[in-house]
Design a protein around this ligand. Structure first.
Ligand code: PRP
Length: 180
């Protein structure tokens, strides 16, 4: 448990997220229309809620796979080291691939993962992130589709944690520390 007391203020409602996920699913459908198989790769753990909602909106032949990469630890600031804790189970060579990220912050995680996956020679590789914090970017990387651009706030919910808590919130909230 984090030691400092905090409250969570709602930033993006569950209803707003659902509407945006539906919009994005139409754009992804248009991009990958006609594919024989789209491998949707979620970055664990933060993307698990987003990928679950997104794939259920996609009327395409979909395979779901996961990679686990870590860049945060239990701190509020990103470290620059990206570790792959779990690799893909399936093959993506010659396949259409959609990488699903919960948030792009410094960009190190997505850049690293996209580099690894591109080395496996997919037919087409696209990326989607629910949240984007462009003001925090340290590398030249952005997702092809973004749900919401947000300021540099400490956010939780809809899969995103603070010290492994709050991933189960249905909305995106902003952490506000309330003192000692
Ligand atoms: C977080 C988040 C993104 C990444 C973004 O993952 O889920 O994957 O950091 O940061 P970056 O753009 O600065 O690299 P985290 O390592 O906290 O793991 P988690 O998804 O399991 O919470």
């Amino acid at each position: 448990m984090p030691k400092r007391p905090y409250v969570i203020d709602e930033m993006i409602s569950a209803k707003t997220i659902a509407a945006r996920v539906e919009e994005l699913s139409h754009q992804i459908h248009d991009e990958f229309s006609g594919t024989d198989k789209l491998v949707v790769v979620g970055l664990l753990r933060g993307s698990f809620v987003f990928i679950a909602d997104l794939v259920r909106e996609l009327d395409l032949p979909v395979e779901v796979d996961f990679i686990e990469a870590s860049s945060y630890g239990n701190q509020t600031e990103s470290s620059r080291e990206v570790r792959i804790l779990k690799d893909l189970r399936g093959e993506i060579s010659g396949r259409d691939v959609l990488v699903v990220e919960d948030i792009v912050d410094t960009g190190h995680t997505l850049k690293h993962v996209v580099g690894l996956l591109n080395a496996k020679n997919p037919a087409r590789l696209k990326t989607i992130a629910l949240l984007d914090k462009p003001s925090r970017r340290e590398v030249d990387m952005s997702a092809d589709w973004i749900g919401f651009e947000i300021p540099d706030e400490f956010v939780v919910g809809y899969g995103i944690d603070f010290a492994q808590r709050n991933r189960n919130l249905a909305h995106i909230g902003k952490v506000r520390f309330t003192g000692e």
